[in-house]
Design a protein around this ligand. Structure first.
Ligand SMILES: Nc1ncnc2c1ncn2[C@@H]1O[C@H](COP(=O)(O)OP(=O)(O)O)[C@@H](O)[C@H]1O
Ligand SMILES: [Mg+2]
Length: 308
């Protein structure tokens, strides 16, 4: 049902800038998405993720720079691009008055989908929505609407799937279902560009992630590479009120930071944390390997530093 793409080029952005009046939403952003890869675009609210996505299919007009999607320029050839991409936008934008099937038939017609009735039924089945085919959109749950937005994005069997915060606000069951689907698209060689605030999602899905802050790329690499480069080691999480007791026993090379009401210590080896517990008599709430969230918090400046 989901066929293999044959293109070798996906997205090539060179020094793309977008200004909204005085505001610079994208600042000379250069990035590439190779065909068959799943690339994650991460960054705080307002970092420019949705703006970049809009630039990819011409819904946002870039101010400067060169941008190609499958070799086409979205400013001039958006139609050629739209034929080959499927977009799950940040907002579902489904027609609340129509039924599930009417909605999908309308989009299938826009997109010139071949054998649309069969395709719609297949995809509703794929997203476990067949039983809702006659339901009005407004009667669906948030998770169902999101799954239907995936159905819409997949109607034309696109080579490139663009997912803008696909699982924000969804319950864990739907989130796992959607992850499973995205992983299966990756397996058949589809290209995926996904924005997310969930670092676990990015680690699970993405071959490569790009971290944006204020429209500028601050890091790029595989999740594993970024963790090894930026925040290697193990993190011990302690109650904040134990900070002064712990501080006496800390090595000056370890990295310490507050996360909400918790005091975190990152050391090269887990044995260091175990020794810290023994020396201080303070037990950690949790010990874990460093993860992409640690990298994100460090690079986007949202981590509250203690020793830097
Ligand atoms: N149409 C618009 N007009 C003016 N400012 C905009 C518009 N769209 C986005 N912005 C601004 O551009 C910046 C980037 O927004 P956006 O791309 O939506 O960020 P993200 O998706 O990373 O949260 C924000 O400061 C936002 O307020
Ligand atoms: Mg956005």
């Amino acid at each position: 049902m989901i066929s293999k793409p044959n293109s070798t080029v996906a997205v090539d952005a060179r020094k793309v800038t977008k200004r909204f009046g005085e505001l610079v939403a994208l600042n000379e952003l250069s990035l590439a998405v190779d065909s068959g890869q799943c690339v994650g675009l991460l960054g705080p609210n307002g970092a420019g993720k949705s703006t970049f996505i809009g630039c990819l299919y011409g819904s946002v007009e870039r101010s400067e720079g060169d941008l190609r999607v499958f070799g086409f320029d979205p400013a001039r050839e958006a139609r050629r691009i739209k034929e080959r991409i499927g977009v799950v936008p940040q907002e579902n934008a489904l027609d609340e008055e129509l039924t599930v099937r009417e909605n999908m038939r309308l989009y299938a017609r826009f997109q010139g989908v071949k054998d649309p009735f069969r395709r719609i039924e297949e995809l509703l089945e794929h997203m476990s929505l067949s039983h809702k085919r006659h339901a009005q959109i407004r009667s669906l749950s948030g998770g169902m609407k999101r799954r239907l937005t995936f159905v819409r994005a997949l109607l034309s069997d696109p080579e490139l799937l663009i997912l803008d915060e696909p699982t924000t606000g969804l319950d864990p069951t739907v989130r796992h279902l959607l992850w499973d689907k995205v992983l299966s698209y990756r397996q058949v060689g589809k290209t995926v560009l996904v924005t997310t605030h969930y670092m676990h999602e990015a680690e699970l899905l993405c071959d490569r992630v790009i971290i944006l802050n204020h429209g500028v790329q601050v890091a790029v690499g595989s999740p594993k590479e970024l963790i090894e480069k930026e925040t290697p080691g193990f993190v011990g999480i302690f109650e904040a009120d134990q900070k002064s007791t712990l501080k006496i026993h800390l090595d000056s090379n370890w990295h310490c930071f507050m996360q909400g009401r918790q005091y975190c210590v990152r050391a090269p080896q887990i044995e260091h944390l175990i020794a810290l517990q023994a020396a201080s008599g303070v037990m950690a709430i949790q010990m874990r390997p460093a993860n992409l969230e640690d990298v994100y918090l460090k690079l986007t400046g949202e981590e509250l530093g203690e020793n830097e």
